[in-house]
Design a protein. Sequence first.
Length: 362
Amino acid sequence: MAAHPCLVSEPDRAIRREPTPLMSKLQTKIHLGHSAFAELEHHWLKLQEQENTLPFIHFHWCVKQASYVAQPIILSIWDQEECVAILPLAKKVVIHKMRIEGLVHLCQRFTDYQSLLGSSRFLLSDYLDAAFSALSYSAFKSLPVFLHNPDHHLTSVVVSSAKRFGTIKKFNRWEHVSYAEKLGPIKKKVIGDASRRRRKLEEKGNFVTSLDSGYDRTLVGWILNKNADRHGEGALTNYNDRDDIQKLLKDCGNTLHIASIKLDEQIVAAHLGFKVNECLYYFVPVINPDFRQYSPGMILLEQIFTHFKELKINKVDFLRGDEAYKYKWGNKKQKKFGLCCLPKKISPIKKLILLWWFKRNQ
């Protein structure tokens, strides 16, 4: 029997979806506005610590992402009085010429994977069932849900559960490259070439490697500056927002990975990323252009790959991007794509426009 939504928190405009047999005893609240973060902070921090997740779904990361949108829409999923999952969304115009709106994952900027934060006590499909059921009874029931860069698990569950969450459409396809130790070693030519370049650099002075130094404000600033110099300022490297970004990265705690190589105290190359569940997420690698002839990026990777045991990793995820070095060092390629869940109650005209847009963005 269909359940009836009821209002539970007037100031935060949270809507509760009563449980159904499909959702077991899970309930979902939809929170509108920035006040949701204060209400959910304790639960959010507890969940992220329990589940040892990537910072891309951490509380402070999402608070920062919410500063870019007028009204975040946060779905919290509950097992009685315990918050067991959180899905952060936002309402946004996704096709500007046609003014087509949709719900998008809140983490749109400098975030390579979009996730649902959930306790391992329940299946991800249970959380998605609860979330989409709540949306179908809400004011957002006619809006498509866009996941531009869903993580591996989210992609797998949504695709394998087609039609449970609406009509699933794929868009913005790309190729993902990673390295897994169990799939075999790095090609001898690649590691040999990097080793030769390192030995040449070592002949020039005092060569020092630091592969897991933790948060260092000066070094993080250098990395962000070099990235901005090469690619232009972005949300992560904006000089006017630098204090907030520094704090955000510092708040990543033990998951933050900082590596560097120096020659006579001068930084040659560095990397800012994350270590989670024995995997290194290769997020922001940069080099000093004064040492470009030595291919310092390759040297840094050679040092990381030859010290897997000390770093307690067995995988490297190169995240988004098709840079040539990723194909040299990776040993696994996967086809990736964005996902859109078209609701049953979407208007026929809007659906036609979206189908045209998907075809154009294959």
